[in-house]
Design a protein around this ligand. Structure first.
Ligand code: ADP
Ligand code: MG
Length: 282
């Protein structure tokens, strides 16, 4: 990689209104190539909305969104499709096709590179199948290639979704709470895998999370969102949980939020684990 940094995502002054709800308020965010960024915030803080702007699924009410040098809200459908080909997304609920095999699910990641619908494995060129199998090997699931996707555990399904994203050969990986439905052990595994792949491939990653514990020590930088506003933007290295919680605490405006923050602050190992399982706390 070159020593000069270049931004691949530039969100400037973005406000997004949904009727009377302000989902994002004057958000600025710059992400450099190869950077791994965490969007941290409670439910409803605007994480998904921000990711959806980067992926061109939402248009800002105000402000600009530039991804890989292109003004996302101004793109025509065809240009947007091309840009989305360079930006892969993974979701909390994996979004696999349950009745298809693992291998077929991974292959669907390449659909944009091929013409026409592809029904069944035989419809894909051999080179694509080889690549799909390589990606499955990389996420540790080669032996599951011919099983139905719905026979896999949650953690395994998310790893299949990662392999599917890799089929796009993306430059940017957007992950919207990728471990919110997973138990702590699978969460760790999936987070580690994303980090590893990002480092190996020089991928730029923006990953939303609601657990402070997972965010600390994982990303290069943490962006804290609250009520659609950026309340924290700092390198993750050396950041303590107390510092993060303090920032959240200072701007908590409802009892529920304060309770959530307090619970997180006093959480010992077991309580934090329970919170991660239920996905309730920050
Ligand atoms: P998060 O992902 O952090 O939970 P979201 O981005 O989903 O937060 O939501 C931010 C706010 O915007 C919430 O108040 C949510 O209800 C609202 N919101 C999100 N999408 C829509 C939509 N399509 N229509 C109306 N309100 C929305
Ligand atoms: Mg969300």
């Amino acid at each position: 990689m070159s020593t000069t940094t270049s931004s691949v995502i530039q969100v400037s002054g973005v406000t997004k209104d949904f009727g009377s709800t302000v989902a994002l308020r004057d958000v600025d965010l710059t992400v450099n190539r190869g950077e791994v960024v965490v969007l941290l915030g409670l439910s409803g803080s605007g994480k998904s909305t921000l990711l959806r702007h980067i992926d061109g699924l939402e248009r800002p009410t105000k402000g600009t969104v530039e991804v890989l040098g292109q003004h996302v809200p101004k793109l025509r459908a065809k240009e947007l499709r091309r840009l989305r080909g360079r930006t892969a997304m993974i979701f909390q609920q994996f979004e696999l096709v349950p009745s298809l095999t693992v291998l077929e699910n991974v292959l669907t990641g390449a659909l944009a590179q091929l013409k026409g619908p592809k029904l069944g494995i035989w419809a894909y060129p051999k080179s694509f199948k080889q690549r799909a199998l390589q990606h499955l090997d990389r996420v540790g699931l080669l032996e599951k290639a011919y099983q139905r996707a719905d026979q896999l555990s949650g953690g395994q399904q998310q790893r299949v979704a990662i392999a599917r994203a890799l089929m796009q050969d993306p430059e940017i990986l957007l992950a919207d709470e990728p471990v919110a439905s997973l138990d702590p052990e699978s969460s760790d595994q999936v987070m580690r895998l994303i980090r590893e792949i990002a480092a190996d491939d020089g991928l730029t990653v923006v990953c939303s999370l609601h657990q402070v514990d997972l965010a600390l020590g994982w990303g290069d930088r943490i962006i804290g969102l609250r009520h659609g506003e950026v309340v924290l933007n700092t390198p993750a290295l050396g950041l303590s949980k107390e510092q993060v919680m303090e920032i959240y605490g200072r701007v908590a405006t409802t009892t529920t939020e304060l309770t959530a923050i307090e619970a997180e602050l006093v959480a010992n190992g077991a309580a934090a684990e329970a919170a991660a399982m239920t996905g309730t706390v920050l």
